[in-house]
Design a protein around this ligand. Structure first.
Ligand code: 9MR
Length: 749
């Protein structure tokens, strides 16, 4: 399906962001100042302040007396409008600033001065009493003459004084040359290798001959040694590399390092223990993503926050939400569910695939040879429902399922049974912003065939998995699934629009055949209905290659149906062929992994890493893992396990993409409420949060300012502003949770 290329156009936050990397700026072009009177030599004009701020000139600086008691940073501001920006040009924003008392953090933006007030670039430096000079480079994602340079100084309980000088925005500057700190040239899984599992590393080196390596224990004693394997140029990073296989060492321990070519790796364990922890942490992530419920400090120390979107001011949702104008004339209670990602939107298709994957993790634990259902059982996740005798993973998934069911168009309406595609704010909000502080109007967007079939698929899956625990819920879910299926059949081509990306992601998709196939598979597995068997057997997707180099995701869902038909016991005629198709896909991914000097089952066409590439890598690993579940062959188990190395540090950037795991790990993921990088009173994302990962298209201006011309794996930056490479999302963490459980299940292998 080619939807991905299209949907990237409807990019969040910036409708006009570029689809591919912007061409490198003109280093030799004239540098032109865009800010007028930035030195305040001629007074305060043309600078403005919000009415609650008094501005005055003091020692040649503009000082703002900021009142206390405002909520958001944009509630008090100083700025200048009518700034012209040229799409694709690089700009240097610089200024001097001080603040008293110590410790305040203004938000400095370059954005649109009129509705919808898009932000093109923002920084939040902590200012000191003595003052500092700040300078940043970014690339404009738009053409406009209605730009603004704004200093947002609200959000403080107490009054304070902010002063600034020499404010400058110069266009036509060369883009910044950013050098990531990649540490030692030896790249390992910084968390753990399984004692009896594969153990591989990658060495960045110009050497072409085999080099000696040593494995050292925590005391520095060499416990194994061997020779490297030259691998030549790695296309995914542009580096010259060699690889090391130290699988023959099988003793448990902590604090090992790998040494070669004068380089010592970051430390790692040989142990299954961290994977047991990661299995829980990757799932615990969902509780702090919940909408509609207060997050308890007792359950998640440091993450407490009021319930979001329960109809309490300033929230305008989600208990009584209207449609977008012209879409419907009823209102729905769509409270609950998980926030999608770093935004406050809730999207049925992404909620659907995330729910599928959690339910699938649970279902696999019940039939797979290495499955351990007790590890997902009641009390494993410390959530409000722990202790209710229902497996915690099912309780967590139900939080989303109940929301998905609420998104269905009510009986009596013309589109009854269809599901609204999404619900989110009218306009994009800024960062940071607790869900409970979101003042925007929320709206239901039109129903879509894809959302309806996501609902059908996951509700059908739920009907079979919750039956032992709650028959009434199982029946309700099945009825919803059947009505959704019927509605989708009646409206097979109501596609979510590519241009519906203001205030929330578009999740556009111009093909629903894959969702039909997936929903039919889940309905068949739950009911055994002949109607669904017939549908599956007649679908061209039943025999097509539904896997491909970038695997499956929220918009390409046929593989979900295929995987479940292959693994969940059923009597579909020709099921052996279905099972073989999964093994065949795994063979292809395994060949990719074997050929890859960094050992990952991912080699996208043109080396173009996709938005959320980490989840695609993990989902390809899932297919290999299921080939192991189907065949019991060690090569598949080892391939799946090895894929985790990339996520946990064996990569070009020498960092783990899971917060709290590995010596150097992502911790500034883009999120409105885990926004510690912008507001020290807020937490970082919880441990077990996966960052989206390298994204060759770098759609956000922060990444564009730093990563122009990046190669594959290098198109990533751990900054909260980089929403196209560094967001957290419910579908991505589901892939991590699934694979963490698989690896944990292998124990000592
Ligand atoms: O993960 C989504 C990616 O596949 C799309 O290309 C991109 C643009 O439509 O949107 C991504 O999803 C974001 C969504 O639109 C809004 N919430 C945050 C999601 C993760 O970045």
């Amino acid at each position: 399906m080619i939807r991905r290329r299209l949907s990237a156009l409807a990019v969040m936050a910036l409708a006009a962001a570029t689809l591919t990397a912007v061409p490198v700026g003109k280093a030799t072009a004239d540098e032109v100042e865009q800010v007028r009177n930035g030195s305040f030599a001629t007074g305060m004009d043309p600078w403005w302040t919000t009415t609650n701020v008094t501005g005055e000139l003091s020692d040649g600086m503009l000082c703002a007396n900021v009142p206390g008691g405002t909520t958001n940073r944009w509630d008090a501001a100083v700025g200048q409008n009518d700034i012209a920006l040229v799409k694709g040009d690089s700009y240097r924003l610089s200024f001097k600033a001080s603040g008293s008392p110590e410790g305040h953090v203004p938000r400095v933006i370059v954005g649109l001065s009129v509705s919808p007030y898009d932000t093109y670039y923002e920084v939040s430096p902590q200012v000191s009493v003595s003052g500092n000079t700040y300078s940043y480079t970014f690339t404009s994602p738009v053409d406009t003459v209605q730009g603004q340079v704004g200093f947002q100084v609200g959000g403080s309980a107490d009054p304070w004084r902010f002063c600034m000088d020499d404010v400058s925005l110069v266009g036509g500057v060369p883009p910044e040359v950013y050098e990531p700190d990649t540490g030692p040239r030896m790249r390992v899984n910084q968390v753990a290798y399984l004692p009896a599992g594969p153990k591989n590393a990658t060495l960045v080196t110009t050497a072409t001959e085999r080099l000696p390596w040593q494995l050292k224990d925590a005391a520095g004693t060499t416990v194994a040694h061997g020779r490297t394997v030259p691998r030549g140029e790695d296309a995914s990073s542009g580096q010259h590399v060699q690889s090391i296989d130290f699988s023959s060492y099988r003793k448990r321990g902590r604090g090992f390092t790998l040494v070669a070519d004068g380089e010592t790796s970051r430390p790692f364990d040989i142990s299954p223990v961290p994977y047991g922890q990661l299995r829980a942490d990757a799932l615990k992530y969902y509780y702090t993503q919940r909408s509609g419920i207060e997050i308890s400090d007792a359950l998640r120390p440091g993450y407490a926050r009021p319930a979001g979107h329960v109809g309490t001011a300033p929230n305008k949702g989600d208990v009584d939400v209207p449609c977008q104008p012209g879409v419907c004339d009823y209102r729905l209670d769509v409270s609950g569910g998980w926030y999608d990602a770093g935004d406050h939107g809730k999207y049925v298709v992404n909620g659907g695939v995330a729910t599928w994957q959690l339910l699938n993790e649970y279902e696999r634990s019940r039939w797979a040879r290495t499955g351990q259902p007790a590890k997902l059982g009641d009390g494993t996740l410390a959530i409000p429902e722990s202790g209710n005798k229902v497996p915690d993973i099912l309780d967590e998934a139900r939080w989303e399922l109940e929301f998905l069911l609420k998104m269905q168009v009510p009986q009596g309406e013309p589109l009854a049974g269809m599901a609204h595609h999404k619900i989110h704010d009218v306009n994009w909000t800024g960062l940071p912003l607790l869900p409970s502080d979101d003042p925007q109007q929320r709206e239901l967007h039109p129903p879509s065939t894809q959302a309806t079939l996501n609902l059908a698929a996951t509700a059908a899956q739920a009907a079979r998995l919750y039956r032992p625990y709650d028959r009434a819920f199982a029946s309700r879910a099945l009825k919803a699934a059947e009505s959704a299926w019927a509605a989708a059949e009646a409206h097979p081509e109501m596609y979510p629009s590519e241009s519906d990306g203001i205030g929330g992601g578009a999740y556009s998709d111009s093909d629903a055949k894959d969702e039909f196939y997936w929903a039919a598979a889940e309905l068949y597995l739950t009911t055994g209905g002949k109607q669904f068997a017939d549908y599956l057997l007649a679908s061209p997707l039943h025999t097509a290659d539904v896997f491909g180099a970038t695997g499956f995701d929220w918009g390409r869902t046929a593989a979900l149906g295929r995987l479940d038909l292959a693994t969940v016991p059923n009597r579909l005629p020709g099921r052996d062929r279905v099972r073989r198709s999964v093994v065949k896909a795994a063979d292809t991914y395994l060949a990719t992994l074997d050929a890859h000097p960094y050992g990952l089952p991912y080699a996208p066409a043109g080396n173009s890493y996709d938005w959320g590439s980490n989840s695609q890598i993990l989902n390809n690993a899932l297919v290999i893992a299921e080939a192991y579940d189907i065949t019991g062959r060690t090569a598949y188990r080892d391939g799946a396990v090895q894929s985790m190395d990339y996520i946990l540090g064996r990569n070009a950037l020498n960092q783990s993409y899971v917060t709290g795991y590995g010596e150097v790990a992502s911790h500034n993921e883009h999120s409105r409420w885990y926004a510690h990088e912008l507001d020290q009173a807020l937490p970082n994302p919880p441990k077990g949060t996966l960052a989206g990962g390298a994204n060759s298209s770098i759609q956000d201006p922060y990444a564009q300012g730093k990563l122009q011309g990046c190669v594959g794996q290098f198109c990533y930056i751990d900054d909260i502003q980089s929403w196209s490479t560094n967001e957290t999302a419910i579908n991505w963490n589901a892939a991590l949770a699934w694979m963490a459980a698989f690896v944990a299940d292998q124990g000592d292998s």
